[in-house]
Design a protein around this ligand. Structure first.
Ligand code: Z5A
Length: 220
């Protein structure tokens, strides 16, 4: 693990489609790391600062003016630039570990593979937004889309909420997403570990922990 250069903290991101269990596993990993005496800052994307949370609302809630694909991309990047500069870098510099629910791979997957915008441009723009910061480790939670959809429906029924603008993208979009994430993982197997996330929360949590443990043992 070398990419959060000079910092003592470590930067771990979770990626995958909606309903793959990222938020659940982010919380579990935080607890597991804290039990080892590691200070952890949780972030989510888009969001994690007042400005970035305002951008999140613009992206997810109806405004009467749905963003075009380019506008959507730039809003995600604006939120990321603010999060990296004001939360992630300071936390890493002070020795804390940062665990983020989504980060730059989501932009390549959703806006690149999903929306069809230039992946070369997105990679360069990500680099600009992050000032070169890259995750040390990324856990890609891969789940059958039908399983994920069932989880989402169950959550919507339990919380009386409806799917948001991005969640309503069609089956083709979600197939491109999954393929895109798989290609990203194949291109960077050292950084991106694919976790089969079809099992129970405990089973997936154990796989996540095994992937992270080597990094933890290096640190404590
Ligand atoms: N987006 C983008 O387009 N470009 C970008 O650059 C970035 C993001 C950064 C953010 O939505 C949206 O922004 C997202 C991508 C896009 N679009 N969509 N759609 P979000 O933050 O609101 O949501 P999300 O990131 O897609 O996650 P999610 O829908 O909340 O799902 P999740 O975090 O992966 O899963 P979960 O919340 O942990 O679990 C979902 C439900 O399943 C819940 O009821 C759990 O209790 C249950 N669950 C979790 N794990 C299990 C297991 N193992 N078994 C059974 N049930 C489970």
């Amino acid at each position: 693990m070398t990419s959060a250069q000079g910092a003592r903290g470590r930067f771990i991101t979770f990626e995958g489609g909606e309903g793959s269990g990222k938020s659940t596993q982010v919380r579990r990993l935080k607890a597991a790391l804290e039990a080892r005496g590691i200070e952890v800052v949780l972030t989510r994307e888009p969001g994690g600062t007042p400005l970035a949370e305002a951008v999140r609302r613009l992206l997810k809630e109806p405004t009467g003016d749905s963003p075009c694909d380019r506008s959507e991309l730039l809003l995600f990047l604006a939120a990321r630039a603010q999060l990296v500069r004001t939360v992630i870098r300071p936390a890493l510099a002070s020795g804390k570990w940062v665990v983020s629910d989504r980060f730059s791979d989501s932009t390549l997957a959703y806006q690149g593979y999903g929306r069809g915008l230039s992946r070369a441009f997105i990679a360069a723009a990500n680099d600009f937004a992050c000032e070169g910061l890259r995750p040390d480790l990324t856990l890609l939670l891969d789940v059958d889309p039908a399983v994920a959809a069932a989880r989402m429906r169950a959550r919507e029924a339990a919380t009386h909420t409806a799917a948001d603008r991005i969640e309503c993208a069609g089956e083709d979009f979600h197939a491109r997403l999954r393929q895109g994430f798989a290609e990203l993982a194949a291109a960077e197997p050292e950084r991106i570990r694919v976790i089969d996330a079809d099992g129970t929360e405990d089973a997936v949590g154990e796989k996540v922990w095994q992937s992270v443990r080597r990094a933890v043992d290096d640190m404590v």
